[in-house]
Design a binder for this molecule. Structure first.
Ligand SMILES: Cc1cc2nc3c(=O)[nH]c(=O)nc-3n(C[C@H](O)[C@H](O)[C@H](O)COP(=O)(O)O)c2cc1C
Length: 345
């Protein structure tokens, strides 16, 4: 059986995000990761009630690139009848590990008693991991929040129970269920899990710049950090970290490390154009446009004059018009990428 360390030896992971963590983003980000590194790569969350009846590769959420790094699909589920065939199917599709979502706070997940709802029922959450483990030839991880109420002892007991039931590693996004993505992630809870538990712990929440990465790694001692929103804007966090910490990069990848604000913005524009191309290559036009618009809505918050990007991208419908628009924007020397901003999505 593979382990977290055999599947992942680079400490920056992309987060699973609905509408964002699809094949187009994975492909655009892939060029930033060291060629020789093992990297777990997520999918958007996949509903275990739907996967058994779907033809994988035919839905936007399950389209794959030719060379995916270690695929780590995330599933939503609470029932053996759905979880077992889902894991079987995802394994055949290429998954190297399965992640169980215990963090999703949207009403639909609460209504069906999965996502973060599972955190309110320790015994049942353990049973869900147990079901997954019994039915899986590959490792099982859990991505969870700090819980439904602020209670560190409960969080610790909850995680111990997941591990007893077979969770191979955990990823903590330390916000309470009701906080959604507002407020501030409490990294001290990542440190607590790392200190008290014997499985790899991945820390997640609010990383926006290189210093945030090194601060989370050193203050919590976590095994890796997971970044969501900021990687849609700043892919160079990966190359920059790799370069400063002794990982081998190709000559081309060394060009993907910005030396100043101007180069940050140039890399952002190139990344966006690559992402737009990938979306049109991988999805039908309507799906591509939906994903491109959402991508810019999430990442424009780091750009001054970002709203003009959002407006421009929302008006255009055609691949070459979109690429020309970003190419034209790339020449605007007054646009800069902020180090940190107030996160909205
Ligand atoms: C648009 C969006 C969709 C998300 N969807 C998921 C999801 O499907 N599964 C999940 O575990 N977390 C999901 N998240 C939460 C992220 O994985 C991550 O925990 C959160 O954004 C905090 O990390 P960040 O500050 O680096 O973005 C989503 C976040 C965003 C912004």
């Amino acid at each position: 059986m593979q382990t977290f360390k055999s599947l992942n030896d680079f400490p920056i992971l992309l987060a699973p995000m609905v509408g964002l963590t699809h094949a187009a983003l994975r492909k655009s980000l892939d060029q930033y990761y060291p060629r020789t590194s093992q990297v777990l790569t997520p999918t958007e969350m996949l509903n275990s009630r739907r996967i058994p009846g779907q033809e994988l590769g035919q839905t936007p959420q399950t389209v794959l690139n030719e060379n995916e790094r270690n695929l780590h699909p995330q599933i939503l589920g609470n029932d053996e009848k759905h979880i077992a065939p889902t894991i079987h199917k995802l394994h055949e599709w290429g998954a190297k590990a399965i992640d169980i979502n215990m963090g999703c706070p949207v009403n639909k997940a609460l209504k069906h008693n999965y996502g973060v709802a599972l955190m309110g029922d320790m015994k049942y959450a353990g049973e869900v991991v147990n079901i997954a483990k019994r039915n899986s030839p590959i490792p099982i991880s859990v991505k969870l929040r700090a819980g439904t109420q602020d209670d560190r002892d409960y969080l610790l007991n909850f995680c111990e129970n997941l591990i007893e039931n077979g969770a191979d590693w955990l990823c903590l996004h330390p916000r309470l269920a009701h906080e959604k993505r507002k407020g501030t992630a409490d990294w001290s809870q990542i440190a607590l899990l790392k200190d008290r538990l014997d499985v790899p712990i991945i820390g997640n929440g609010d990383i926006q710049c290189y210093e945030d990465i090194t601060e989370m790694l050193s203050s919590t001692n976590c095994d890796a950090v997971m970044i969501g929103r900021a990687l849609t804007c700043k892919p160079w966090l990966i190359t920059e970290y790799a370069h400063k910490n002794g990982y081998d990069l190709t000559q081309e990848q060394l060009q993907l490390i910005p030396r100043n604000e101007y180069e940050e913005y140039q890399i952002y524009c190139n990344f966006l154009m690559d992402f737009i191309s990938n979306c049109f290559d991988l999805f039908i036009e309507k799906e591509a446009l939906k994903r491109i618009r959402f991508f810019v809505r999430v990442n424009h918050v780091w750009l001054n004059f970002g709203h003009s990007f959002v407006k421009g991208v929302h008006k255009l419908n055609d691949r070459s018009e979109l690429i020309d628009f970003v190419q034209m924007k790339k020449e605007n020397q007054s646009i800069k990428i902020g180090k940190r901003t107030t996160l909205r999505y």
